[in-house]
Design a protein around this ligand. Structure first.
Ligand code: AMP
Ligand code: GLY
Length: 425
């Protein structure tokens, strides 16, 4: 019996939980979990910020593996705290997580190890004039990023000098807290985005099904940036040749470089790519699985996921734990509360969750359960994820399932996976 503690409460963690319990002989605990996760895991009632208590729980309950879903506890040092108590952790150390938590660290690292990415310059608060001069001399659009974690809001793609100036003022004025004390100004990259997850023990790695996220709120990739409105995989834009380039030009030098820097990277390395005419460049690294890509990627994963993560955490990646990276295709449509990513109401009952067919999994993200009924409890509420033998079929199955689910103020995009179908033609 493998005892696993999963940290997190979103749709990504529900997908991780469902995939872990598909492995034989797994007993799953979750902190804090959500109503969907509670169907497969025992919820642990501990304060997610009290790392010593979490360590004690693991030691007292002989937990074999801790899997950390979100970036914040990794950035706050939870992996290090657990490892110092001899506990196996699938997540990078706080210093390895700088690939996500500091844009500047990531850019300087990529420059040093010649990993393809957008050209950039870094500035701190005292260099505002130099930053302005640099922006004035650059081509538009230009991209301005706060150095630190800013919950997806720290990146501005400016189409005019005025917009760039506004972004700069905002970041240096402290509206992103310490995240905005340093900024990175970088060249705008043309192309189409894709996300690739590498599962790694520090030395060896395996990539899961390449996915595409849909970050904007409106159809056709218009409107505000969100945490992600849907995803699908495998993404046809990541051809065999593109994937080989990503492995040899990006993932391999990144893992070697992190060892050379003294921060070996163990866990899931999320590589956010811009692909232009078959050439991948890094948009960003994340130190964890992506949300909602994971909901699609793990739905097509065939193998012993618990063994895969456990072996990576121990430094002995067991690739034979995978039978197939992708069994067919999956599309995940996020059902959100109208108004998200700004103001929205919650507390509406969700119906239709019991009328879901075999080829669909509904992952919970922002829900709560009261007396056996499920209610909306967040901006992104559910991730309706369907399989199919083809991408088109998985898309059709997902939207058919969406039609059965009801709650007041429901909002979702109607074009999830359309980009992939266009590339398939
Ligand atoms: P990031 O948080 O770095 O992933 O940036 C958020 C989003 O901004 C990305 O998903 C891209 O859509 C866009 N973006 C960031 N950097 C660039 C760039 N250099 N060129 C074009 N788009 C970018
Ligand atoms: N889907 C984007 C992210 O997880 O950061």
């Amino acid at each position: 019996m493998m005892k696993i503690l999963l940290i997190g409460s979103g749709g990504r963690e529900h997908a991780i939980a469902s995939t872990l319990v598909r492995s034989k002989n797994v007993q799953l605990f979750a902190l804090p979990g959500n109503p969907g996760i509670s169907r497969t895991a025992q919820i642990v009632a501990l304060d997610t910020k009290k790392y010593q208590e979490i360590s004690n729980f693991c030691l007292e309950n002989s937990i074999d593996l801790v899997v950390i879903g979100p970036e914040q506890p990794i950035a706050d040092g939870l992996s290090d705290a657990l490892r110092s108590n001899g506990i196996n952790v699938f997540a990078p150390s706080r210093s390895a997580a700088q690939l996500e938590t500091s844009k500047l660290f990531a850019k300087q690292f990529m420059e040093k190890y010649a990993i393809p990415t957008a050209r950039f310059r870094a500035f701190d608060k005292s260099q505002k004039q130099a930053a302005l001069d640099y922006i004035r001399e650059s081509n538009l659009p230009i991209v301005i990023k706060a150095d630190g974690l800013a919950a997806g809001k720290g990146v501005i793609v400016a189409n005019s000098f005025e917009e760039a100036l506004k972004a700069l003022e905002e970041m240096f004025s402290g509206s992103f807290g310490s995240a905005g004390e340093k900024i990175v100004v970088e060249e705008f990259m043309q192309g189409e985005e894709a996300s690739i997850f590498a599962i790694t023990d520090g030395n060896n790695f395996v990539t899961l099904a390449p996915a595409q996220d849909h970050k904007r709120i409106l159809d056709g990739d218009k409107g505000k940036n969100t945490g992600g409105m849907g995803a699908y995989c495998p993404a046809p834009i990541v051809t065999f040749e593109v994937l080989e380039k990503v492995k040899s030009l990006i993932i391999e030098p990144t893992l070697k470089g992190m060892i050379a820097e003294g921060h070996p990277y163990i866990g899931c390395l999320y590589v956010g790519l811009m692909i232009d005419e078959g050439n991948p460049k890094v948009v960003e690294f994340n130190c964890r699985f992506g949300d909602p890509e994971t909901q699609a990627v793990l739905s097509v994963f065939d193998g012993d996921f618990a063994e895969l993560l456990f072996s990576a955490a121990k430094g002995e990646l067991n690739i034979s734990a995978i039978r197939e990276i992708s069994r067919g295709y999956a599309t995940c449509v996020v059902l959100a509360s109208e108004g998200y990513p700004d103001k929205y109401e919650t507390g509406f009952e969700i119906t239709g969750l019991d009328e879901i067919s075999d080829n669909v999994i509904v992952y919970h993200a922002g829900t709560k359960e009261i007396n056996g009924k499920i209610y909306t409890n967040g901006g992104r509420v559910l991730g309706v994820t369907a399989f199919g033998a083809t991408l088109k079929e998985s898309q059709k199955n997902a939207y058919n399932a969406v039609n059965n689910i009801h709650f007041q103020n429901i909002y979702y995009r109607r074009d999830i996976a359309a980009k992939g179908l266009k590339n398939n033609n």
